[in-house]
Design a protein around this ligand. Structure first.
Ligand code: NAD
Length: 453
């Protein structure tokens, strides 16, 4: 398996992917290891995980450089991701014992209490776009709860996945409690065929549905963190139109638009539409694109070369139907998966750009008359991950946000995740939740005790 630098299209490394046999052997070891790990007190498991967090911070520069090398994420954003992901460890430190401890429910002649047992050996099939964030959401929470983890990094973030294993073991996670499974979809398939106790997936809707279908008969927990087509509505009462445009552009183009909760569609109320669009385009034109190892680069290459064709085809489809290209719109000649940040106006919901996930540096901005029209358009999607409203009026924003079938809503912010609250998608954006206390309980199963002397 070739690991390729998306900024240069050169091969960084070649690795042998797992075979069916190596997958089976590793899983057998994990099953043994899990039984011992489960017996380790929660507080001790937590200490090991916190030590891992310290090791990551101590190696931050080297890890960020590796992330940039294999995904093309601009180095400053790689550093931000690794620093930001640490918030999961802080969340676990504060909350794990509280949510995993036994709970006494009734006292008396018959006493009833609940104990929380780990699921067992679970699969974490992961994505490449934020490997620290989406990885930590699953494997750290799973480990602290006493599970063993089959971690399958994306084939586009393999080297980072191997570093997770190295540092977890160095921190004190036993060798047969966490294993990395190297490879693409076929290695994921081996995990689906194995006898595991839970499947935690981050990736596309298509793969998520396939996984859920494949493992359905096992009747084990399946959690899916999938894609989105997240809308942002800018109301005409925003305090500062220019600042709203700057924030919206960052929500759309941070990490090159390759965030599950990136702003993928913008609706702007007509009174401020022209001012917003011109400030937005000015901001996007100012983004520095280029070498992702430079600290001042904001737009690097897209990670997967095939995404360029998808983005350009969404753009062509919109242009044929009357959209206007305001900036960007082409692949940069030469080595590397560089595509200029692309903004279209005059868009509508007959265009693929406003309906399909783009997962890259392209955005459509649509003019709307009022809140009712914005609400109708925001809800016109198969997805249900996040939705945002920028407005001075909290009640007015809330009246829109509370009606949308999404897992997360934002008022005057967007494109953010916090470990304090659950992260969950509705409709085609997923099933189940990570983070929050729900994300701790996701990795355990309750056992009810009824006790009589
Ligand atoms: P993907 O579905 O192509 O791949 C995800 C993982 O599934 C990879 O590890 C891949 O090797 C594996 N896989 C592929 N085929 C498989 C199979 N047949 N059996 C088992 N495993 C298989 O997605 P991606 O390109 O890595 O990630 C991008 C998608 O992830 C986007 O849609 C994005 O929105 C979504 N995402 C969602 C969240 C969230 O929290 N909701 C976070 C990050 C990314």
């Amino acid at each position: 398996m070739k690991i390729i630098n998306p900024a240069t299209n050169t091969v960084i490394k070649e690795l042998a992917p797992e075979t069916k046999e190596s997958v089976t052997n590793k899983i057998n070891l994990l099953k043994e290891g899990q039984r011992e790990w489960q017996a380790v007190p929660v507080a001790d498991r937590l200490k090991v995980i916190l030590r891992f967090g310290e090791l990551v911070q101590a190696n931050l520069e080297e890890l960020a450089a590796l992330l940039t090398l294999e995904t093309g994420k601009p180095i400053q954003q790689a550093i931000n991701e690794i620093r930001g992901a640490h918030s999961r460890l802080v969340h676990l430190e504060k909350n794990t014992e509280k949510w995993l401890s036994p709970e006494v429910m009734t006292e008396g002649a018959t006493r009833e209490h609940i104990e929380y047992e780990p699921l067992g050996v679970i699969a974490n099939i992961s994505a490449w776009n934020f490997p620290y964030n989406v990885g930590y959401n699953v494997f750290l929470y799973a480990l602290v709860a006493g599970n063993a983890v089959c971690y399958k990094p994306s084939e586009f973030a393999t080297l980072t996945g191997l570093k997770f294993e190295e540092l977890l073991l160095e921190a004190g996670v036993p060798e047969n409690v966490f294993s990395t499974f190297i490879g693409a979809g076929e290695v994921g398939q081996y995990l689906l065929e194995a006898d595991l106790d839970g499947y935690f997936f981050t990736g596309s809707y298509a793969t998520g549905v396939y996984i859920a279908t494949q493992v359905a008969a096992k009747l084990v927990p399946v959690q899916l963190e999938l894609g989105g087509k997240d809308p942002l509505y800018v109301m005409d009462d925003v305090a500062d139109v220019k600042q709203a445009a700057i924030n919206a552009a960052e929500g759309a183009f941070y990490n090159n638009g390759q965030s599950c909760c990136a702003v993928e569609r913008i609706y702007v109320q007509e009174a401020i539409y022209d001012a917003f669009v011109s400030a937005f385009i000015e901001e996007v034109k100012g983004y520095k694109m280029g070498d992702p190892t430079s600290l001042d680069t904001f737009i690097g290459p897209v990670t997967r070369p095939q995404q360029i064709d998808l983005i350009l085809s969404q753009m062509e489809d919109a242009l044929i139907s009357g959209a206007e290209l305001r900036t960007g719109g082409y692949k940069v000649e030469g080595a590397g998966n560089f595509i200029t940040p692309t903004v279209l106006t005059g868009v509508n919901h007959q265009m693929r750009l406003m309906k399909e996930e783009s997962f890259g540096p392209i955005i459509g901005i649509q003019r709307v008359k009022n809140d009712a029209e914005a609400l109708q358009l925001m809800g016109d999607t198969e997805y249900g991950l996040t939705a945002a409203v920028f407005s001075r009026d909290k009640d007015r924003a809330r009246a829109v946000l509370e009606k949308l079938p999404v897992g997360t809503v934002y008022w005057n912010c967007c494109d953010r995740v916090s470990p304090a609250v659950p992260w969950s998608g509705r409709k085609h954006s997923g099933l189940g939740a990570t983070l929050g206390y729900q994300g701790i309980r996701a990795f355990v199963q309750p056992k009810s005790y009824h006790l009589r002397d």
